[in-house]
Design a protein around this ligand. Structure first.
Ligand SMILES: C[S@@+](CC[C@H](N)C(=O)[O-])C[C@H]1O[C@@H](n2cnc3c(N)ncnc32)[C@H](O)[C@@H]1O
Length: 179
């Protein structure tokens, strides 16, 4: 499942949208070419995420366990993050934020602008947090060369999810004292 305007970056007025980096209309979509690549149940919903996101009815048979955010702008990411409160979203969810930091010096990204600001605002709620995962990246990428994008992986904890507290371990944890 993907969401995109289909018309590139929207025109916005919010100063936190990094207009000094990305002009409106950037990243035009080649829809005919892209459509041919959509396989199986893959679906692309076109339109501004501020409307398509709230209208979207999640399919009950498709639990959502990972979301890749690449909307560039503060306002667009802010408007997309409520997707994480939909009914099919699992208690803990991988999130990738493409522009939470970058290698472009003119971006000068902080949590005050762009995607970082949207995440910070979303986290201002007792029920939820999107934070860098301090454990799993080391395991998942074990044996692989560390790459910059690994550091853009976050994890969303949804504390009010009815299954959040279900224990995933089948055994008791016990450490034996060796005599
Ligand atoms: C850097 S491009 C990434 C496109 C795609 N993920 C890729 O890697 O080819 C950013 C995309 O975000 C989309 N976008 C930004 N703001 C949006 C919004 N408010 N609603 C829908 N799409 C938006 C743009 O249309 C653009 O295609």
């Amino acid at each position: 499942m993907g969401f995109d305007s289909g018309e590139g970056l929207p025109t916005t007025r919010d100063v936190r949208d990094l207009h000094y980096v990305w002009p409106a209309g950037s990243f035009q979509m080649d829809w005919p070419a892209l459509e041919k690549r959509l396989a199986g149940r893959a679906q692309l919903i076109l339109g501004n995420i501020s409307e398509t996101g709230s209208d979207w009815q999640p399919p009950a048979d498709a639990p959502l366990g990972a979301v890749l955010f690449d909307l560039d702008l503060y306002t667009s990411t802010r408007d997309a993050l409520p997707l994480l409160t939909k009914s099919n979203v699992l208690p803990r969810v991988w999130c990738y934020f493409d522009d939470i930091f970058g290698d472009n010096p003119e971006m000068a990204l902080t949590d005050f602008i762009g995607e970082g600001a949207a995440v910070r605002e979303f986290n201002d709620h007792p029920d939820r947090s999107i934070l860098r995962d301090n454990v799993s990246p080391a395991r998942i990428f074990d044996g692989m060369m560390s790459e910059a994008w690994h550091q853009k992986m976050y994890i969303y904890h949804r504390l009010s999810h009815p299954q959040y507290e279900i224990c995933l371990s089948e055994d008791m944890h016990q450490l034996r004292l060796i005599a």
